[in-house]
Write a new protein. Structure first.
Length: 206
């Protein structure tokens, strides 16, 4: 058989194999469940009510937000200060050990005792960083989650109360470049949030 015939036969075989393979894949694709059509309501743009609030204003205006932020910040600063204090004490002990070693003014037993104290302090510092640090991080995340849910739930109630279809969050780095200030409901929403929190505090007996 001539070389040209061999090449032609090979091409035909390859195309046939590819076609079969393609048909198999197409068949498998047909087995995929087709998605259901979504139910999308048609909203008349003439009657669409859109409002927004400045997210940065909530930190100072929403009392619960302000108090929680101050509480977590205070805890974080206290933890950092305590860590730094223990770190300084550890460094001082290590410097004393090196000094006594260099001067030869302490016995082997005294140096060993000082070395054991340094190891104990270092281990205590690491345990504190891991345990209390993790606890503070957990508490911070929980506070942020609760805060987010409060704003989310109150936002829905606020929109239901005033017939708002879309409530946007406006802030630095957000996705809104510009929005007419006539749609600004920041202070009204903050007052609503504070009232909702006051009612909740009464229910919880605070």
């Amino acid at each position: 058989m001539k070389l040209g015939h061999i090449i032609t036969a090979g091409l035909i075989l390859g195309l046939t194999t590819f076609a079969c393979s393609d048909k198999k894949e197409s068949s498998e694709a047909e087995k995929t469940k087709e998605e259901k059509a979504p139910v999308v309501p048609v909203v008349d743009s003439k009657g669409l009510k859109i409002a927004f609030y400045y997210s940065d204003s909530l930190k100072n205006g929403f009392t619960y937000y302000k108090n929680e932020d101050a509480r977590i910040t205070k805890k974080g600063e206290a933890f950092q200060n305590e860590m730094m204090s223990k770190q300084r004490s550890l460094e001082q002990k290590a410097q004393n050990y090196e000094k006594y070693m260099r001067e030869g003014t302490a016995t082997g037993e005294q140096l060993q005792a000082l070395e054991n104290e340094i190891m104990r302090m270092r281990e205590q510092l690491m345990n504190m960083q891991q345990s209390r640090g993790a606890q503070l991080e957990k508490e911070t995340n929980e506070a942020l989650t609760v805060l987010g849910k409060k704003i989310e739930v109150a936002g829905k109630k606020y929109c239901d109360k005033y017939g708002i279809d879309v409530l946007l969050i406006h802030g630095q780095g957000g996705q809104i470049n510009f929005i007419n200030d006539k749609m600004n409901v920041t202070q009204s929403f903050i007052d609503f949030l504070n009232h909702e929190q006051e009612m909740m505090d009464k229910d919880l007996g605070k």
